[in-house]
Design a protein around this ligand. Structure first.
Ligand SMILES: Nc1ncnc2c1ncn2[C@@H]1O[C@H](COP(=O)(O)OP(=O)(O)OP(=O)(O)O)[C@@H](O)[C@H]1O
Ligand SMILES: [Mg+2]
Length: 327
């Protein structure tokens, strides 16, 4: 049986009067890839910052690598590696100097430091950039260097806060290769992301967070399976009446009114159910504006539990941008 590398119970955190983390409990097993998935402002970075000792522990208990965060923060710090959401490289240092400085901060003996730097530079494939200042690296290279830096001290767990944000698809995929390699060598990964597809592909376990609370938890497959066999997104001219009609159908597992229209999860083959559903609605004079049948994804899981789409979920307060004329 594997041990828990992270155990969090009843974690709460407030910025002034605002409760950003509202009673979060979870654990991460040794060697697994665990994802915290949620929209902007869900509280993901706040949790990471508490776990990595950057923010104080206000309420709750945290154990990392067997150490109690409130009593042994220094041991916790020595057991973990961190890659922050925002870039934290010194622009004037070279790749090699960045790693050297980090090794010194952690009092790694010189010979071990030098050996580890060589290993890391090879691992993240920055051999050719060894003496280049970080200001002159590409976005993906900077991220790789930050991951390498996080791994200098051979941590038991690596925290990655939005590791792939802002990178192009190809660079993101490559970065995942590194992260998987790191994980294969035994390091547990705690990551936050709002890229559903990535979380789905790489995680052993996902906790979905929204407004400071965990709203769903499970292996990616289990989370999707719980939704049903197929999902139908439906927009009609009368969602209320449509809901009433569809509720009576045996194959319909659940119906939710969301910002995307009705989300109908069904426990049968969607291609067979869809014509029946469309017929029923037509018979009752309900006009269907759009319909979309698909296999459940983590996006659907998020919509199911929150009634919102994750891509729009954090942006409710942002003003709508009107496109300029001409199109
Ligand atoms: N220093 C701060 N002072 C006040 N409020 C803060 C501070 N940092 C974060 N918050 C608020 O706490 C909430 C959670 O923020 P947090 O950065 O943890 O979210 P997140 O899930 O990491 O979001 P993102 O996906 O955008 O990185 C947000 O409402 C945010 O505005
Ligand atoms: Mg964040």
């Amino acid at each position: 049986m594997s041990e828990n590398i992270i155990e969090v119970n009843g974690l709460e955190y407030s910025y002034g009067n605002f409760k950003a983390v509202d009673g979060v409990s979870f654990f991460v097993r040794e060697g697994e890839i665990f994802s915290f998935l949620g929209p902007n402002g869900a509280g993901k970075s706040t949790v990471i910052n508490i776990l990595t000792t950057l923010l104080p522990l206000q309420k709750g208990t945290v154990r990392i690598a067997g150490y109690d965060l409130s009593k042994e923060p220094e041991q916790v710090r020595r057991s973990i590696g961190i890659v922050f959401q925002d870039e934290t490289l010194d622009r004037d240092l070279t790749v090699w100097e960045t790693l050297e400085l980090h090794g010194r901060i952690y009092s790694m003996p010189k010979s071990e430091r030098r050996e580890r730097i060589d290993e890391i530079i090879k691992l993240v494939e920055l051999q050719e950039k060894r003496d280049v200042r970080t200001r002159n690296l590409s976005g993906g290279m900077k991220r790789r260097l930050e991951i390498g830096r996080g791994l200098m001290t051979r941590p038991k767990v690596l925290f990655l806060d939005e590791p792939t944000i802002g990178l192009d698809t190809q660079t993101r995929r490559r970065l995942w290769d590194y992260i998987k390699m790191v994980n294969d060598s035994g390091t547990a990964i705690f990551l936050t992301t709002h890229y559903m597809d990535e979380a789905d592909l790489v995680s052993n376990w996902i906790d979905i967070v929204d407004h400071g609370k965990i709203i769903a938890s499970g292996a990616p497959i289990a989370l999707k399976d719980a939704l049903g066999r197929d999902v139908i997104y439906l927009q009609t001219d009368n969602d209320e009446a449509a809901t009433g009609i569809l509720k009576g159908l045996k194959a319909v597992q659940n119906i939710k009114a969301t910002s995307q229209g009705l989300v109908v999860t069904i426990n049968a083959d969607g291609t067979r159910c869809l014509p029946v559903i469309m017929n029923r609605l037509h018979e009752r004079g309900i006009d269907i504006k759009s319909v979309n049948l698909k296999k459940p994804t983590l996006d659907d899981v998020f919509v199911h539990y929150t009634g919102r789409d994750i891509r729009n979920a954090g942006a409710e307060k942002l003003p709508r941008i009107q496109p300029k004329g001409g199109r």
